[in-house]
Design a protein around this ligand. Structure first.
Ligand SMILES: [Cu+2]
Length: 121
């Protein structure tokens, strides 16, 4: 009986970090992007070509994502949705030199100003 109860407590404790509001530290060398309604800060990003790691911080009150597109609108990479108050590491394994656009593709967000530019050199 006691062992089973202890097991249950351990299971609940293990599950806690998976619940919302978990915090993730910023990885070394990553580019921090703060998301609010409806803005990326900084708006314009730059990085060397190759692997790029973004550290997305949602300081707003609704979920946001970060989508990287080419000029023609084709999607190069898309982050998962970052819940309000959460942080997420968004890794783009390989990106070529060039000029890209960034936006949040949640309905209406980009039109409200949640977009920017990404320059890869
Ligand atoms: Cu958004």
């Amino acid at each position: 009986m006691k062992a089973a109860a202890a097991g249950l407590v351990a299971l609940v404790l293990l599950m806690l970090p998976a619940c919302g509001g978990s915090s993730v530290a910023q990885p070394a060398g990553s580019i921090k992007v703060t998301m609010t309604e409806y803005h990326f800060d900084p708006t314009d990003l730059s990085a060397p070509s190759g692997k790029v790691v973004f550290y997305l911080v949602n300081a707003g009150s609704v979920a946001h994502d970060l989508v990287i597109t080419k000029d023609d609108g084709s999607v190069v990479a898309r982050s998962e949705l970052v819940s309000a108050g959460d942080q997420m590491v968004f890794t783009v394994e390989s990106i070529a030199a060039g000029k890209y656009k960034t936006l949040c593709d949640q309905p209406g967000h980009a039109d409200s100003g949640m977009k920017g530019a990404l320059t890869i050199s």
